[in-house]
Design a protein around this ligand. Structure first.
Ligand code: NAD
Length: 250
């Protein structure tokens, strides 16, 4: 019960890392508000525990974000997990894709943090966790141009928030995963296989081959890190970039 008496909001909670974190937080005694745009998947998730509430939330819509913050005025933990992975280099990146990437990956966190911050500051010990990536200012990764730029922005935002509120009991940290198995990763593998006329297995093996540990990560491993950053066990930790990548960036 490492998160007993904590109310935690999670974005992009319907699948992948967000979903695994909802389950881990609930298992540790938190009251979890799981939000996403996929209502059917949220409903299925809610059945897993009576500590889980669900809310439809498109993180790019500031009015929806503000309404959610009004509806849940006592939040201890905010996990900004929502993100989109556009692929390609700078020449393949249209202005539309560039702006869309910033809208989903960066503007959304600005909206969420700005809306929830006043109430987070009212709690004795509160925590913001921002989902970044190993592909950011930490490691240059091919064909992740817009994605890397947005995740680097997430790291900057994390540092700034941590510095501004360090004396007020609010901590802010980032998680920087390497390759983690999730529905969207499976989709990326499928699309890449189609584009390059290769088999799914070949593309999957290419992801594995860049892993020093010989495997990709799973969502529960990232969720375990999120539990630590949400809990008071990490009370002395703020402004940090937490790599979880099987040694990829080592
Ligand atoms: P995913 O991409 O499989 O799922 C994303 C979820 O986001 C879906 O449930 C979708 O409905 C939801 N979503 C999409 N647009 C939304 C919006 N506008 N508002 C609210 N929800 C929306 O999940 P994942 O692969 O676990 O990725 C989660 C986060 O982790 C992302 O920020 C991603 O960039 C980051 N990340 C993932 C990996 C990886 O390898 N999977 C690696 C590093 C970082």
């Amino acid at each position: 019960m490492r998160l007993a008496n904590k109310t935690c909001i999670i974005t992009a909670a319907a699948q992948g890392i967000g979903r695994a974190t909802v389950l881990a937080f609930a298992q540790e005694g938190a009251h979890v508000i799981a939000t996403d745009i996929n209502l059917a998947a949220l409903k299925q998730l809610q059945q897993q525990s009576n500590r889980i509430e669900i809310e439809l939330l498109d993180v790019t819509q500031v009015e929806q974000v503000v309404d959610l913050a009004r509806h849940y005025p006592y939040t201890d933990v905010l996990f900004n997990c929502a993100g989109w992975v556009p692929t390609g280099n700078i020449l393949a990146c249209s202005q539309e894709q560039w702006h869309q990437a910033f809208k989903i990956n960066v503007d959304s966190m600005y909206y969420m943090i700005r809306a929830f911050l006043p109430q987070l500051l009212l709690r004795p010990s509160s925590s913001i966790i921002n989902m970044a990536s190993a592909a950011s200012s930490i490691k240059g990764v091919m064909d992740r141009f817009a994605y890397s730029a947005t995740k680097a922005a997430v790291l900057g935002m994390t540092k700034a928030i941590a510095a501004d509120y360090i004396t007020q009991g609010l901590r802010c940290n980032a998680i920087c995963p390497g390759t983690i198995d999730s529905p969207s990763l499976q989709q990326r593998i499928e699309h890449q296989a189609e584009r390059e006329h290769r088999s799914r297995e070949e593309v999957y093996q290419q992801f594995i081959s860049r892993q020093p540990m010989g495997r990709i990560g799973n969502a529960a491993e990232v969720a375990a890190l999120a539990v630590y950053l949400a809990s008071d066990e990490s009370a002395f930790t703020t402004g940090t970039f937490n790599h979880i990548d099987g040694g990829w960036t080592n």
